[in-house]
Each structure stands twice: as structure tokens, then as C-alpha cells.
Ligand binder design. Structure first.
Ligand code: HEC
Ligand code: HEC
Length: 407
């Protein structure tokens, strides 16, 4: 969401509707009978987010997949969740956390860093979803509501009818105007805007309340192991993790642990995803098939948006395809992918190892080979077992909800 829109949504100072009849009003224009306040939209959005009746099955809310107890990430350790009208359709990707997504800019193919060296095209960045195909949280909310794999509503009318009969219907009318349910398009817009505004709520979605944040504020100390982990995380000769998951304050802003860019790290194929039973199906991220507009642009195949590592220790499933279930496995994968590939990729029918088995051969050159990757088989890994333990200890300091014990 552009920052003007975010500011408008947060302040509740909505832009007046355009009077020109031809062009449709911009999404954030106030086309409601009553100008909704951010606080009222947040309250309605929260109710919508937890409402199971907003699905064809009547059993699935946004919160069923985005569990607030686990940083609005998956509620369990399954690679993909089940949804749909009969709750039997499997999704194609792991559920991402919804926290710290408030600053995601709309997708661009050419990102220039105006705070660093602004002459370097850093390639694709931004956008929502693992492949950036949704440009804002409200565009995004449409997708699960109508996806056959998720909430599977047949139409906007179906959603609006459910809201009209929900326990919070009166609050919805108070927020957007008494006649809001008479116009289904406008009511759907109200639903999407309320969900988006709720996801902008700092206390729920970006509290910066981890031990690491407390340490950055000089309110607490980190253990020796956690400090070694942070150093190894940052060290270009070790984890080099901060290259894509920045860990430092920047111009007074707390780090997001993602640069919102895209990379192919070559995660192994996950046969626990039913779609992968089809040997010809590949989830190639930016170049499709879930995202359609960049299909055929070979240099993008295999790239996914770098996720934030805030609250990562609350997850039971990692990477876009949920192939890993323990942070230790993720760390070992980073350390060993190129030096001990036999531990990470299966044998092909002819007995050879098939490295990067979730990418067709012609795209394997897209895989990132700079540190911690890029050594040769048999070389020492970039991270020792001790480094891995320390980095895990450090990643555990990124979980929100830390309260300094009373002295
Ligand atoms: C059946 C499980 C499921 C349900 C229900 C669900 N989601 Fe999601 N959500 C996902 C998955 C899986 C992804 C990643 C999809 C992808 O990358 O293709 C996702 C992605 C997102 C994202 C993008 C996050 C990012 O990092 O860019 C947002 C925002 C989101 N969901 C919000 C919602 C809202 C709001 C609802 C309710 C209207 C909802 N979700 C319902 C599974 C679900
Ligand atoms: C080249 C950029 C890059 C570097 C360097 C990098 N990562 Fe990542 N990281 C990514 C991307 C992209 C993904 C998602 C990959 C996918 O889903 O296929 C990811 C995923 C992860 C995940 C899974 C998170 C989740 O929500 O599923 C963890 C944990 C992680 N990285 C930690 C690290 C650590 C620790 C290091 C250093 C040892 C590191 N990363 C180095 C880009 C990078």
C-alpha cells in the first residue's frame, strides 16, 4: 500500500471521492455514506479476521491459517493447509506470517535503494505473497476469500450476506453507514478495507517487542551465545544472512529482517505438497504458475520473496514450500547445500544426485551462490555446528512479547 494511502487509512482522513463520473474512484477514496475512522475499521476488521462464517464451509476464518498465537503464521506444522468448500483442498504454499508486512511496497521489477547506492538496480522487490502477485493487503484479502483452496466464497454477494447476518453487523453499519449493505460492491470494499486496516494495527502486527528490540533500545542484554549468533548472522564470511535479512537499525528504524527482495535459494522439493505429486508441476515463484504476469521471464524462475525472520522461532514450517520443520534444518541447509548436497537432494533414477530438484534444469543458474553458499563439495561449510547453535539462539530473541523481568 502506498504510504499516502496507509497514512490516510491510519488517520481515518479518507480522501474525498472524485467527482468526475468517468473514472472509478481510487480504492481509498471515501465512497461511504459515513467516513469510517481507523479505530472503528480496526475493530470491525478484527471481527472479520476471526469470523469462521466468512467461508463456504462455515469453518474457516483468516485466523484459521494465520494464527495470532504464532505470529499470524500457520497454526500447525503442516507444509500446506487445507481449505475450500469441503475443507479438502490443499494449498500450494506454506502460510507466511502476517506480521511486519506493513512496510511492503507495491511490487517493482527494478528496485533502487535511495538510502544506499541509488544507481544500482537491485532487481525485483515488494508485493504481497511469496511471489509478490498481490500489490496491497486489500487486493490480497480478495484472494483467500474467493480461492477454491481457501475460504471459497462463490461471490461478493455471498460474503456480504454473511457479514449482514454476523454478530458484528450493527458495528459494521455504525462504521460505514446504515445503508452499507444495500450496495454489495461498496460493502465488499468496506470488508477489504477493514481487514487491511486491522492488519495495520501496530499492537497486533508490528509491536517491536522482542528481546532483540529491547536490546537495540539498550533495555536488556543478550547472552554470549546470542551475541555470537548475531555476529555470525551478520558476518559475510559466515552466515552472511543480513545480506538478505538485514538485522541493523537504519536511520532510526528498527530492522525488518528482510530487504523485501527476491532470491532463489534452491529449497528441496517437498513431496508433502499434494500438487508436487505431478512430476511436471513446479512452483517457480515470480515466473509462475500462481503469478501470471512474469511468466516466461526465465531469470525470475525459482525466486521467492525473502521472508522476515521476526518471530521465526514460533513457526513449525519453513520456506515457501514448507519443506523444513526445524530451524536447525534451515541453518544446516544454508551451511551444507553446496558442500554436502547429497544430504539435501534425492537421487535421480540413474543414481546421480539431482541438486535443486525443485527447479527444472534450465533455471538452475538463477540459484544464489554467494555466501553462505557457493563452496565446492567437500569444502568446510561456512557455518560450524557451534555457529548454527548460536544463530538459532539469536533467532529466538526475535520473538515478540518479551517482558523485562522486574529487578
Ligand atoms: C487456507 C489457509 C488460508 C486462509 C483461510 C487465509 N490465508 Fe492468507 N495466506 C495463506 C497462504 C498459503 C498464503 C501465501 C500464498 C502465496 O504466496 O501464494 C497467504 C498469504 C497472505 C498474505 C500475504 C502475506 C505476505 O507476506 O505477503 C496476506 C496479507 C494474507 N494471507 C491475509 C489473509 C486474510 C486477510 C485472510 C482472510 C480473509 C486470509 N489470509 C486467509 C493461507 C491462508
Ligand atoms: C540470498 C538471500 C538470502 C540469504 C543470504 C539468506 N536468506 Fe534466508 N531466505 C531467503 C529467501 C528468498 C527465503 C525464502 C526461500 C524459499 O521459500 O524458497 C529465505 C528463507 C529463510 C527462512 C525461512 C523463513 C520462513 O518463514 O519460512 C529462514 C529461517 C532463513 N531464511 C534464515 C536465514 C539465515 C539464518 C541465513 C544465513 C545463514 C539466511 N537466511 C540467508 C533469502 C536469503
Amino acid at each position: 500500500m502506498p504510504s499516502w494511502a496507509s497514512a490516510a487509512a491510519i488517520l481515518g482522513a479518507l480522501i474525498p471521492a472524485a467527482t468526475a463520473p468517468a473514472a472509478p474512484a481510487p480504492f481509498y477514496a471515501n465512497t461511504f455514506e459515513k467516513a469510517p475512522t481507523a479505530a472503528a475499521m480496526t475493530a470491525v476488521g478484527r471481527a472479520l479476521f476471526f469470523d469462521r462464517s466468512l467461508s463456504a464451509s462455515g469453518k474457516m476464518a483468516c485466523a484459521s491459517c494465520h494464527d495470532p498465537a504464532r505470529a499470524f503464521g500457520p497454526p500447525n506444522d503442516l507444509a500446506v493447509q487445507r481449505g475450500g468448500a469441503d475443507e479438502r483442498h490443499y494449498g500450494m504454499r506454506a502460510v507466511p506470517s502476517l506480521m511486519y508486512t506493513q512496510n511492503i511496497a507495491p511490487f517493482t521489477e527494478h528496485f533502487f535503494d535511495d538510502e544506499g547506492d541509488d544507481s544500482i538496480d537491485q532487481g525485483p522487490a515488494g508485493g504481497r505473497m511469496w511471489d509478490g502477485r498481490a500489490s496491497s493487503a486489500h487486493d490480497q484479502a480478495r484472494l483467500p476469500m474467493f480461492s477454491v483452496f481457501e475460504m471459497a466464497n462463490a461471490s461478493a454477494d455471498a460474503v456480504v450476506e454473511k457479514v449482514r447476518h454476523a454478530a458484528y453487523a450493527a458495528r459494521f453499519r455504525e462504521t460505514f453507514g446504515g445503508k452499507i449493505f444495500d450496495d454489495h460492491d461498496l460493502a465488499l470494499k468496506a470488508v477489504l478495507m477493514a481487514l487491511e486496516t486491522f492488519q495495520q494495527s501496530p499492537a497486533d502486527f508490528y509491536p517491536y517487542s522482542s528481546r532483540y528490540d529491547a536490546w537495540l533500545r539498550r533495555e536488556t542484554s543478550l547472552s554470549a551465545s546470542e551475541l555470537r549468533g548475531l555476529a555470525a548472522f551478520n558476518d559475510p564470511a559466515k552466515g552472511n544472512c543480513a545480506r538478505c535479512h538485514p538485522s541493523a537499525m537504519r536511520e532510526g528504524a528498527f530492522p525488518q529482517f528482510t530487504d523485501f527482495g527476491y532470491a532463489a535459494v534452491g529449497a528441496p522439493r517437498n513431496l508433502a505438497i499434494p500438487a508436487n505429486a505431478n512430476r511436471r508441476y513446479y512452483d517457480l515463484g515470480l515466473c509462475g504458475p500462481l503469478r501470471a504476469d512474469l511468466a516466461g521471464i526465465k531469470k525470475y524462475c525459482g525466486m521467492f520473496r525473502t521472508p522476515t525472520l521476526r518471530n521465526v522461532a514460533t513457526r513449525g514450517v519453513f520456506m515457501h514450500n514448507g519443506v523444513f520443520h526445524h530451524l536447525r534444518d534451515v541453518l544446516r541447509f544454508y551451511a551444507e547445500r553446496d558442500v554436502r548436497p547429497q544430504l539435501w537432494y534425492p537421487r535421480a533414477p540413474n543414481g546421480s544426485r539431482r541438486k535443486f530438484d525443485d527447479l527444472p534444469l534450465q533455471y538452475q543458474g538463477n540459484v544464489d551462490v554467494a555466501g553462505p553458499f557457493g563452496r565446492s563439495p567437500g569444502d568446510a561449510p561456512a557455518l560450524s555446528e557451534g555457529d548454527i547453535e548460536d544463530i538459532i539462539a539469536f533467532l529466538n530473541t526475535l520473538t515478540d512479547g518479551y517482558v523485562e523481568p522486574r529487578r
